[in-house]
Write a protein that binds this ligand. Sequence first.
Ligand SMILES: NC(=O)c1ccc[n+]([C@@H]2O[C@H](COP(=O)([O-])OP(=O)(O)OC[C@H]3O[C@@H](n4cnc5c(N)ncnc54)[C@H](O)[C@@H]3O)[C@@H](O)[C@H]2O)c1
Length: 332
Amino acid sequence: MRVVVTGGAGFLGSRLIEALLTGGGLPGKGAVESILSFDRVACPVKDPRVESRIGSIDDPDCVAAALSGEVDVVYHLAAVLSGQSEAEFETGLHINVDATRLLLEACRKLPRPPRFILTSSLAVFGGPMPEVVPETLAPMPQSSYGVGKAIGELLVCEYSRKGFVDGIVCRLPTIAVRPGKPNSAASSFVSGIIREPLNGEDSACPVPLDTRLWISSPETAIANLVLAGGIEGARLGINRVLNLPGITVTAAEMLDSLTRLAGQAARDRVALTSDPKVIDIVCSWPGAFDVARPVALGFVADTAFDAVVRQYMDGLPRQIPKGMDTGASTAV
Ligand SMILES: NC(=O)c1ccc[n+]([C@@H]2O[C@H](COP(=O)([O-])OP(=O)(O)OC[C@H]3O[C@@H](n4cnc5c(N)ncnc54)[C@H](O)[C@@H]3O)[C@@H](O)[C@H]2O)c1
């Protein structure tokens, strides 16, 4: 099986590539023989089965070269994230919408329609919302990032309806704890308020403490993306869009976890501030979802935020949780 991962050098892309190589391949589809990482920077995964192609997804020649011949699965992760999309309107829509269409058009020309997975986001939602977002809630994004993702979702659904791709949209929760440096996502602080104190650095929480966040650990998000690559399209019916499972935590509960696991000195490194730009975006996002359908399909959530923090503290293990390759689910 041949897999293409756009954004294969990124945080989730590189972990996804490792999981595809080490976790027994895609459920129901078997081992992955080769993976093309298509990114503006080199893929850090060193494996003879991985080819790192450096280029931009808005370059028609690069796209045509990356998506040619036998391609079974395309994971489309490359994107302009929320903070940058808001600050650079044209860039955000160009990469998140125009380049997504370019990729879908290239897929349309392949000998067989590939599985096409778009990593979307809960940022497609906004405006008035119930406490728990049902599967049927109409997107009403309140950010350029959310709008770009929502348009991308519709494109994937339409190309699937036409039979050009076998698409699945995975609306990911906010992924924490992300290692490394802060990034251009408006939600960057969600990882920062845990990661920085654990690394002995100061951090700031720019949203009110009662802000609810819908969270997944990297390990769980990757396990769910692997499952999405293998799941039978017929099991999803006409609704190809999934709100992936997560856990609901408030900013206060996250800081309580930090105190429990790392002590008061770590907690004291987080200043409580207020950033209207971050609040406008992050506080427009839902804090809880009805995930009965994805759970029935085998998608999983973390058990508790303490476990998410421990995962980071333990050095971020990157194995697929037991049971995922059989489609088994765990309680949400
Ligand atoms: N991390 C999260 O919390 C989260 C939550 C919801 C959705 N998502 C989505 O998941 C995907 C991956 O997110 P991530 O956190 O790994 O982000 P990331 O920034 O770490 O990775 C994105 C990768 O895309 C690449 N890229 C950007 N523009 C490109 C272009 N024009 N051509 C080729 N490559 C390009 C970047 O170089 C980078 O390696 C994105 O689509 C993002 O919107 C992430």
